[in-house]
Design a protein around this ligand. Structure first.
Ligand code: ZN
Length: 450
């Protein structure tokens, strides 16, 4: 690891570094730092622009501009009566460790650290705008996961699970698991929820995943959905908490000739929605769901022996949602096997963030309002792609964060819905949720699939 020391480093030679190189160095610092006893507040706006810059793809697309030196002017406010400067409470900031190293890239002077127990105002401590501020805050749940070599698919799924409230509540409370996978998962979640902003290396967990599901052995790129299902299956052997993901579908066969119907009930852990493979600008989540649940004729090679007609008939098959789970996961089927190769469908699926209302799909009148709290994203093509996750800090600051392996940064809610979205994690909410009916009906009516 080559890190320029602060005296040798200038903003000029930092600019000559490639964005990806800068990201790698800061990622390594996030991983290798010891338990920090101090954090630095950096403007969320500035940090987001830096993240955009370092994620500029190599040789393609419009490059995001490199932000100037760390600018905290938007998170500092001055008391109009006392003239004191302080951290604006309602302004968005992100806490980072190792700011000194980020600062190296911008040739900033090293500032004095504040004593957290000091009663001095920021100004009395010699702090002015554009300088870093030390503060102690609770920042659990903001740790990244080290990439062990093509393990972004695993990191992405684990971050989504780690931010699933019933999962982390359960695994942080109960440490009596017998199974190795559940033990390792519980330990990993405990580390993620107690390690500050330091990245956690999920090495032991990976070996237990490999043991439970040998297809993941080695360092090859895999599917975050496949990992999610394998992990939930493995955890289920040890704990019933996984049942929060379990819903039921009713599958009906209808004989058009006599109207005879046969129902079977199957449980599901996620719903895998087909996407249009023809070039499409955008489609709504509910129209994908309608397509998935739609009635379709069984092929002539799949005739049904109708108990009424007592003969083989061509039947129609129809799926219905029967029982919806507390945690509802949708897989947007972006990876499609054609005759000779696998291709990726980049269609933009418009899905609701605040309120997904599935009432019209379920007959039994249960609460069917859901809110999005995590997304597993896949960027790029098959094999070369990269998985990341968005997750909301529920019951904390209720802000969204972007988990890109070891790096974690705040992200605006408006960026959550993108054509990279692959797995959508919704949780059931009570009917007391504030309804934004105007916005929701607008989303529902938007069907540009044709
Ligand atoms: Zn019949």
């Amino acid at each position: 690891m080559t890190i320029p020391n602060s005296t040798a480093s200038t903003a000029e030679n930092a600019s000559s570094r490639l964005p990806a190189e800068e990201k790698r160095i800061v990622s390594e610092l996030a991983t290798n730092s010891n338990e920090p006893d101090s954090y630095f507040a950096v403007s969320k706006r500035w940090y987001a622009s830096w993240r955009k810059y370092v994620n500029t793809p190599l040789g393609g697309g419009a490059a995001a501009p490199r932000p100037g030196p760390i600018d905290n002017s938007d998170i500092i406010e001055t008391d109009p009566y006392l003239g004191r400067k302080s951290l604006a409470k309602e302004k968005a900031y992100v806490l980072v460790t190792q700011l000194a190293h980020i600062r190296d890239y911008y040739d900033m002077r090293k500032g004095e650290l504040l004593d957290p127990l000091s009663n001095k105002s920021l100004e009395e401590s010699g702090l002015v705008t554009n300088q870093d501020i030390l503060l102690e805050v609770d920042e659990r749940g903001l740790a990244g996961l080290v990439n062990l070599g093509n393990t972004c698919y695993m990191n992405s799924a684990v971050q989504c699970l780690a931010h699933t409230p019933p999962m982390h509540e359960y695994f942080l409370r109960d440490h009596t698991h017998q199974g190795e996978l559940a033990k390792a998962f519980g330990k990993l979640l405990t580390e993620l929820w107690s390690s500050g902003t330091n990245a956690v290396a999920p090495r032991v967990f990976k070996t237990k995943v490999d043991k439970a599901a040998p297809q993941f052995i080695g360092h090859y790129q895999h599917d975050s959905h496949e990992l999610l299902l394998a992990l939930l299956t493995g955890l289920h052997q040890d704990s019933d908490i996984v049942n929060v993901f379990q819903g039921q579908c009713k599958s009906s066969l209808v004989c058009p000739v006599c109207g005879e119907t046969a129902n079977t009930y199957d449980s599901f852990t996620s719903l895998s929605l087909p996407l249009p493979s023809t070039p499409t600008w955008s489609i709504s989540l509910l129209s994908c769901l309608d397509e998935y649940l739609g009635e379709e004729p069984l092929g002539p090679d799949n005739m049904w022996l109708c108990p009424e007609c007592k003969d083989k008939r061509q039947a129609n098959k129809k799926l219905d949602l029967w029982k919806l789970p507390e945690i509802l996961v949708f897989q947007l089927k972006r990876f499609k096997t054609s005759k000779y190769f696998l291709k990726k469908i980049d269609a933009f699926v418009d899905f609701p963030v605040d309120e997904l209302d599935l009432s019209k799909y379920v007959e039994n009148g249960e609460s069917c309002l859901y809110e999005l709290y995590a997304v597993s994203n896949h960027d790029g093509g098959i094999g070369l792609g990269h998985y990341t996750a968005y997750a909301k800090m529920i019951d904390d600051d209720n802000e969204w964060y972007w988990y890109d392996d070891s790096l974690v940064s705040p992200v605006d809610e408006s960026e959550i819905v993108s054509s990279a979205a692959y797995l959508l994690f919704y949780r059931r909410v009570g009917s007391e949720i504030e309804t934004k009916s105007a916005e929701v009906s607008k989303t529902d009516d938007m069907d540009l699939s044709s």
